[in-house]
Design a protein. Structure first.
Length: 300
C-alpha cells in the first residue's frame, strides 16, 4: 500500500478508536505525528491503542507505535517536527548516551490524541535485558535509578531492564523491568516492597492482578528520587481478564477495538498503584509485526 494511503488508513483507525473512549480526535492534532513518523509505520511496526480508567485517562486515547533504530532519537524528531518544544534538561541526552553504550533494538512513541506527543521509549533486545547499575552510570540518567538500584537488585531485578521511557510533557520517566516471578509479585512480597517505596497497599483486586503480571515499570520525576507510581502489566488474548470485569469500559474497549493483524487479539493489561489512587489500563494491538514481542506497554 502506498505511504499516503497507509497513513489515511491508520488515521481512520485512530479516529474510530477515539470514539470508543469519547476522546475528541482531529486531523489537525494527529496528522503532524503521522507526518513526522509516518514513513516508519510500515507492516513491521507495532501500532497500539491504549486507554485507562479514572480521571487521569478520561477522554484520552494513546496512539503508540514502534520505530526502527534508523529513525534516530524520537525526541529530536519530535522537536524537529514541531510536536514538542525543545528543553535544555540533561535528560534529553539520555537516549543518545544509551545508544552509544548499550544495544538498542527499537524505539517507540506514545502520542495522545488530545495531549499530543508525550513519551519516547528506547528498547533493548529481548534476549539482552540490561543492568540497572550499569545504566545508572550514564551522565544523563536521573538520580532515582542509582537511589533504587540496590533495592531492586536485592529482589533479583537488576539485570532485567527491557526499556527506558521519557515523558517530556509531565517531566517524568519510566524504568521497564520484565521477567517478574511470583517471588516478587506475591502479596507477602509486593506489599512491603510498595510500602518501602512510600506507596499505599493495593486493593484485593489489584493484588490479584499483580500476581499475574510479568513486567513492571516505576515512574519517577526527572529531578527527584521518589517513585511516583508503580505499574504492573501482563499480556494476554483474553478480553475478559480481571480489569475488564472490574471496569466495564475496559472490557468494551477490548471487545470493540479494530485490528488489522491476523490471529488472536493481543492485549496488554496494566494496573497502577499511586498515592491516593489506583487504576487499570489496557493496550490493544491494532497492527503487529510478524515478530511477536512485548515491545509496547500501556501508556503511563
Amino acid at each position: 500500500m502506498p505511504e499516503a494511503a497507509k497513513l489515511e488508513t491508520i488515521y481512520s483507525a485512530v479516529e474510530e478508536t477515539s470514539r470508543l473512549v469519547d476522546a475528541p480526535c482531529s486531523r489537525e492534532k494527529v496528522w503532524p505525528a503521522l507526518d513526522t513518523f509516518g514513513k516508519w509505520l510500515g507492516d513491521d511496526a507495532h501500532i497500539i491503542f491504549s486507554m485507562g480508567t479514572g480521571e487521569r485517562y478520561r477522554g484520552e486515547l494513546a496512539f503508540d507505535f514502534t520505530l526502527p533504530t534508523e529513525t534516530g532519537d524520537p525526541y529530536a524528531a519530535a522537536v524537529a517536527g514541531g510536536l514538542l518544544d525543545k528543553t535544555d534538561h540533561a535528560i534529553t541526552g539520555l537516549f543518545p548516551e544509551i545508544r552509544d553504550r548499550f544495544p538498542v533494538d527499537a524505539y517507540a512513541v506514545d502520542f495522545g490524541v488530545v495531549g499530543g506527543f508525550r513519551k519516547a521509549v528506547t528498547f533493548f533486545p529481548l534476549a539482552k535485558p540490561q543492568s540497572m547499575k550499569a545504566l545508572a552510570e550514564l551522565p544523563s540518567m536521573p538520580p532515582a535509578l542509582a537511589e533504587h538500584a540496590d533495592h531492586f537488585g536485592e529482589s533479583g531485578l537488576d539485570g532485567k531492564v527491557s526499556a527506558i521511557g521519557v515523558d517530556y510533557r509531565s517531566r517524568s520517566w519510566n524504568l521497564y523491568v520484565s521477567g517478574l516471578t511470583s517471588e516478587y509479585t506475591r502479596p507477602d512480597a509486593i506489599v512491603p516492597a510498595l510500602r518501602g517505596m512510600g506507596l499505599p497497599e493495593p486493593s484485593e483486586h489489584m493484588l490479584e492482578f499483580i500476581g499475574t503480571s510479568y513486567a513492571m515499570y516505576p515512574t519517577f520525576g526527572w529531578d527527584t528520587t521518589r517513585i511516583e507510581r508503580m505499574c504492573f502489566s501482563t499480556r494476554t488474548s483474553d478480553p475478559d481478564l480481571l480489569p475488564s470485569r472490574i471496569a466495564p469500559e475496559v472490557g468494551k474497549f477490548a471487545r470493540d477495538m479494530p485490528t488489522v493483524h491476523g490471529g488472536d487479539p493481543t492485549y496488554v493489561y496494566a494496573g497502577t498503584v499511586a498515592r491516593g489512587e489506583e487504576f487499570f489500563k489496557l493496550a490493544s494491538y491494532y497492527q503487529m509485526s510478524s515478530q511477536v514481542s512485548d515491545r509496547v506497554r500501556p501508556a503511563d
